[in-house]
Design a protein around this ligand. Sequence first.
Ligand code: PMP
Ligand code: GLN
Length: 387
Amino acid sequence: LNGQTAALPTTIFTVMSALAQQHGAINLGQGFPDTEGPAHLVEAAAAALRDGRNQYAPLTGLPELREAVARSNARFYGLDIDPATEVVVTSGATEALAASFAALLNPGDEVIVIEPAFDTYLPVIRLLGATPRLVRLNLHDWSLPRDELAAAFGPKTKAILLNSPMNPTGKVFTQEELSFIAGLVQEHDTYAICDEVYEHLVFDARHTPLMTLPGMRERCVRIGSAGKSFSFTGWKVGYITAPKALASVIAKTHQNLTFATAPNLQRAVAIGLDQDTGYFTELSQGMRVRRDLLAAGLSDLGFGVLPSDGTYFLTADIRPLGAATRPGEDDVAWCKRATVEAGVTLIPVSAFYDPAGGPAPSHFVRFAFCKQPTVLEEAIIRLRNWI
Ligand code: PMP
Ligand code: GLN
């Protein structure tokens, strides 16, 4: 057995979803919408199966999807992307991340990861024999500690992982923060792996891919996901945009991870990406209404709600709840008790921190608000009755 892998805990999302099911709790933990994505895309996927799109897709993805990814890069960000050589379709962003790390990293390389961090990054970096350099966002407002970030770059740095809009914080990195990061990446002659799966879920801010900043076109791997942009998390279709030299190596790791991705789903996602801009505006506006509803309800209950400008998550401090928390109780214990006693499931934010970086904050919880407003209202009522 690989000891490193065997020692990994089961992902917190699976643990909390199982607990939610066991206790009949409203699941505001694992991030998946409770409303289906566009019906015409489901129809397109079903029709493609009937049309005989049932054999291996091309290694780097169906041409029609690669072309749609390139068009979408041009439409939203003004990027000029060659669909033949600069796009790779993967089985979800999860595979896109693994394929990108495997393409870039040699044993001994360092990768800068900003915490709190989505839980798939560190295990893959370590499996490749590379070392994560952890930099923690400031706890009161999730701002970027610039001096610490600059100090984390060094001769062994190969890349930085940048997740914006960011899970679990809902942070959308500001233009100034992006410029600062771009400066460091260039100064140290490194790359950026940009996890932008929530690119179309931004509320008050605008999403700017790091790749669009001066000097960054050739240094960035940009990752998107149909799960997030079209509310089909089960489809697991991801897409990578990267300069040709990088994309060709990523394609080689992809060929050994999954080789190809379901062609009928690729077809539907191509149609999805070409939808009117109105679709994307409605997606984020609908999510914004849900965020506002949940944030207001939680603030009323006494949670210390932190701002969320993007994703479908928000974080809240449970310390102001006072008596609703028990002495010495951490976020994990509190989330379990909320599931069992209140019937509402959340994710403890400490799960997004690595023990190697020191003790994790234990007073934040993450709420997923990609649920119908009536469900969010019911969750608030349950919490009110419990607290
Ligand atoms: N990155 C982040 C930040 C995520 O939240 C997720 C969520 N699922 C993924 C990557 C993986 O996306 P996919 O489901 O397309 O593999
Ligand atoms: N990205 C989703 C979340 O953060 C779920 C991912 C997963 O279950 N692997 O909740």
